[in-house]
Design a binder for this molecule. Structure first.
Ligand code: UDP
Length: 243
């Protein structure tokens, strides 16, 4: 397994198939393992949030989700494959179903999670969803207890970032062995309410542009983040800080 560095954080350099293979191993060992699907906004969060920075440093797997991370790594001289978190998580659901591993889904609005669960059940043969809950809860301990009682081996958490990564980090201290992935807006896609960008946008790395056109309220959040991130990496590179 190769890890590359970006702005001081390590990122896994996998192709899609090897990422799935490695995640499958993590799903079967005797620990709670955390997968972060990293994007440029998360680096900015980590700058101002010590706990989040520690989470990034301790995650068992960090995969480059956004095109921004791929561009950033390119500036640092590394050519890595971008792995979309939504595709990675969906494939892991199939892998869990094939290996008879119980699955849990936590996050998104109540009607979204309900629809996502029912779509997944009808699309994925042999899928065993032992627990699901929407993402609008205050009592983390109650959800942790329910997860402990149902013992899923794959847990997908869609609470937005950094909340989902913090939830998973806490779970590492108290849950039974499982692979936990922060999956952002994936349940919205699986529910059918949010459309993925057409393949051509995905291939060109312009999914963010499509989503911004479809959800203009994301513009303020996403747009400045990408060029600012590229500038930050360039400064880092010129400053010669990476080694
Ligand atoms: N979400 C949630 N609880 C919260 C905040 C957000 O369940 O307290 C859900 C939200 O409904 C959405 C998901 O988290 O389904 C991810 O949201 P966002 O679009 O911010 O994620 P992104 O894909 O941009 O990381």
């Amino acid at each position: 397994m190769k890890r590359v560095k970006l702005l001081g954080y390590e990122i896994d350099d996998f192709d899609f198939a090897s990422a799935i293979k490695y995640a499958q191993e993590l799903m079967s060992n005797n620990k709670v393992n955390q997968v972060v699907t990293i994007n440029p906004e998360m680096f900015t969060t980590a700058e101002n949030d010590r706990e989040f920075s520690e989470i990034l440093n301790n995650a068992e797997m960090v995969i480059p989700d956004g095109i921004g991370v791929k561009i950033g790594l390119k500036i640092m001289g590394e050519n890595v494959a971008r792995i979309a978190g939504v595709d990675f998580a969906r494939k892991m659901i199939e892998v869990a179903a094939e290996s008879n591993m119980p699955v849990a889904l936590i996050g998104a609005k109540p009607e979204i999670i309900e629809k996502a669960v029912s779509n997944l059940k009808s699309e994925v043969e042999n899928l065993n969803i032992v627990y699901s809950h929407d993402g609008y809860f205050d009592n983390w301990d109650e959800i942790m207890d329910e997860l402990k009682n149902t013992s899923p081996r794959l847990i997908l958490v869609a609470l937005g970032s950094p909340k989902q990564e913090k939830f998973i980090y806490k779970a590492k201290q108290c849950l039974n062995p499982a692979l936990m992935i922060g999956v952002g807006g994936s349940f919205d896609v699986w529910s059918g309410v949010v459309q993925r960008a057409p393949e051509i946008y995905q291939k060109l790395g312009l999914e963010w542009l499509y989503r911004t056109i479809k959800q203009p309220e994301r513009f303020k959040r996403i747009f400045p983040a990408l060029p600012l991130f590229v500038l930050k990496v360039l400064k880092y590179r010129i400053g010669g800080k990476e080694c």
